[in-house]
Design a protein around this ligand. Structure first.
Ligand code: GLA
Length: 397
């Protein structure tokens, strides 16, 4: 009897303390209701670096609308580094008046009038990566200023932050944004240095997982920049940490920037879509070739990215240069990518079993680049895949 009572007391205490721990751990969870699917838009950095101006941003916003990018889902127009020059005597951040003569509020209004959303960049340290004023110590006044200007998205970098801890510095801006009175998507950019996928769900809507993307297949820069296939390798295994409102960010798109072939850009775009990566175009939208526009606005491929289930795709087979990636979709089907990293055209195979489907039951297939139903197949499927290319399928059983 005494034993039973003791047991009940221990059990009740364990449950009670467990509940307390649960409450405490969720109390600070980021709950801004934003980015339920991966955010889509455009960011100035990959193509224009510091050469940003009011003219460029307005022309880009217009081109996003007229090119069909907006209809395809791209809405955030984000000015990256170099828009800011100084602080006024009250500490308020000042935009470069030469490059943005009408000011940020007017620019934001222009972007909003086109049915788009406005994003800015800052840094958790004392200065941005290009040496402009950072937000350390100015989190509240900056968040307030962004809200006043109608900012909808903040990318927050990690240069000149040597004495800071990621968890604290990013939480400070999260809290400041929450107090600002405006809904602002919060995009962390500390390059994966503190393994943010393990803790940042409570802090941000998205977090970079690696160093900066470069417009190449697999090049590597001494300072940490790398081609997209190297970034892709670092995403395998991170899928369990992504979901509605909180995404792994393998960096902005390089599609259309000139360093790769159309086949390679198609592969880059397909994999980013399957990874449920934020889709921030990084090219000159005003001067896209029809081929690049077709890649960026392929609604069937984007559908994999924006699927309501919000699951990040994962690598289900790795045969050296031949990889199979898959992602469960909300209608019970699976998005599948056959990815050929080899320099030769290669026949690649796929079995229903490896997708977790019944091995003896037929499945229907659609090719999302050809926009064509392929019909019913029993057991599996095989296709010739171009060098550095992909075949992207929707498989339903
Ligand atoms: C860092 C970021 C880039 C870009 C630059 C701007 O390198 O990772 O995405 O924002 O800073 O200086």
């Amino acid at each position: 009897m005494l034993e039973a009572l003791k047991y009940r007391w221990v059990l009740t205490s364990v449950l009670f303390f467990g509940f307390l721990v649960f409450i405490c751990s969720t109390a600070s969870a980021l709950d801004n209701g934003l980015a339920r699917t991966p955010p889509m838009g455009w960011n100035s950095w990959n193509k224009f670096a510091c050469d940003v101006s009011e003219k460029l941003i307005k022309e880009t916003a217009d081109a996003v609308v007229s090119s069909g990018m907006k209809d395809a889902g791209y809405v955030y127009i984000v000015i990256d580094d170099c828009w800011q020059v100084n602080r006024d005597p009250s500490g308020k951040i000042m935009a470069d008046a030469q490059r943005f003569p009408s000011g940020m509020k007017a620019l934001s209004e222009y972007i909003h009038s086109r049915g788009l959303k406005f994003g800015l960049y800052s840094d958790a340290g004392t200065a941005t990566c290009q040496g402009r004023p950072g937000s350390h110590g100015y989190e509240e006044i900056d968040a307030k200023t962004y809200a006043e200007w109608g900012v909808d998205y903040l990318k927050y970098d990690w240069c000149h932050a040597e004495n800071l801890k990621q968890q604290d510095a990013y939480a400070a801006m999260r809290d400041a944004l929450a107090k600002s009175g405006r809904e602002i998507v919060f995009s962390m950019c500390e390059w994966g240095t503190s393994r943010p996928w393990l803790w940042a769900e409570k802090v941000a809507n998205l977090w970079r997982t690696t160093g900066d993307i470069q417009d190449c297949w697999d090049c590597q820069a001494g300072w940490g920049g790398m081609g997209w296939t190297l970034i892709l390798d670092l995403q395998a295994g991170l899928e369990k940490h992504a979901g509605p409102g909180h995404w792994n960010d393998p960096d902005m798109l390089e599609v259309g920037n000139g360093g790769m072939t159309a086949t390679e850009y198609k592969s880059h775009f397909s994999l980013w879509c399957l990874l449920a990566s934020p889709l921030m175009a990084g090219n000159d939208i005003r001067n896209m070739t029809p081929e690049i526009k077709e890649i960026l606005t392929n609604k069937e491929i984007i559908g994999l990215n924006q699927d309501a289930l919000g699951t990040q795709g994962s690598k289900i087979r790795d045969d050296g240069n031949f990889e199979v990636w898959s992602k469960p979709l909300s209608d019970g089907s699976k998005g599948v990518i056959l990815f050929n990293r080899d320099a030769q055209k290669t026949k690649m195979t796929l079995s229903w079993e490896e997708l977790g489907f019944e091995k003896d039951k037929a499945a229907t297939l659609r090719d999302l680049w050809l926009h064509r139903d392929l019909g019913e197949f029993g057991g599996g499927f095989s296709a010739d895949v171009d060098p550095h290319g992909v075949v992207v399928l929707k498989v339903k059983q």
